[in-house]
Design a protein. Sequence first.
Length: 163
Amino acid sequence: MEGKARPEATAQQALYAMDRMIALAHFGQQDIAGRLGLNVTDATCLGFLIEASLAGESPTAGELAERARLTTGAITGVLNRLEKAGFIRRQADPADRRRVRIAMEEDAQARILEVYGPFYERLGTLFADYTPDEIAVLADWFTRARAVMQQSLDEIREDLHHP
C-alpha cells in the first residue's frame, strides 16, 4: 500500500493540532459519559476497568484507586455508581476471600460500544488511509508522547504536594 501525499507540517503545527484534539476529547468525554449515564471520573475509571478486562485482569478497588489517582473513599463511590448502573460487579478474590476484585458485567462492553462504536469505526476508516509504516510511526509517537505527558504530570503533582 502506498501512502497518500501529506501536506507539510512543522512540529509547532502538529502540537497545535494535538492541543485542539485533546481539548475536543476532554469536552467530548463529558458528552460520552453523560450518554452512558455516568460522570467523567466514573467513565474514566470504567475505561481503566475495560483495559484490565481486555488484559484478563480484575483489579482490586485499591489498584483502581491508585491508577485513577483517587482516594479509597472516592473509588468506593465510583464503584457503587458503576455497579448500580450495571457496568461492573464486585467479586471475592479466589486467592484471598478478604479481598474484592472488580469485574465487568457481561453486557457492559456492548453497552459501551453503542456509544463508542461509531467513533472507532471512523478512526478505522481514517487509519485505512495510512500505510503500516505510517501507522507504526503514529503508534510510536503516541506511546512516547504519553510517557512524556506522564512524566510532566508526575512533576506537576510532586510540585503541588511539595512546593
